[in-house]
Design a binder for this molecule. Sequence first.
Ligand code: ZN
Length: 164
Amino acid sequence: MRTPHSTKRLDLTGQRFGLLTVVRRVESIGNRTAWLCRCDCGNERVVKTIHLREGKVKSCGCVKALHSESALGLHYIDGTCVEMLRANTKRSNNKSGVVGVMWRASCHKWQASIMFKGTRHNLGVYDLFDDAVAARREAEALYYDSFLADYDAQQAAETQGAPA
Ligand SMILES: [Zn+2]
């Protein structure tokens, strides 16, 4: 007898499902193939193939926590993911401890920047860390708050119907 599945084994390594990137195959759950996935927020989670493929699991759970009404889907506007943007203002993943503020060793200054709609906007370099953070906060208010306010207004209009 041949064993056909030994020649063609499913490999999802490196593929993306929502915010999740498949890291490697792990021990099956029951008879279901399972994968270790890394979420864009930094958390890891083991997910079954079927849940990835059907789109039932698209994050480690952080998106659901951020935006419960849209737990089943991510929302993109002009290439910007609303859920990631919300998460982005709350987490820090670099050495400065503040998203968008980086130490530039070449010029011994703090550089502030912000990612918005797929483009990184340079907010200038500063001698003082606090000034760079202030520039970043100002840009967050400018770019993100209006973006999220527009999105929330749009969502509200869709659920309630057009105002009379
Ligand atoms: Zn996550």
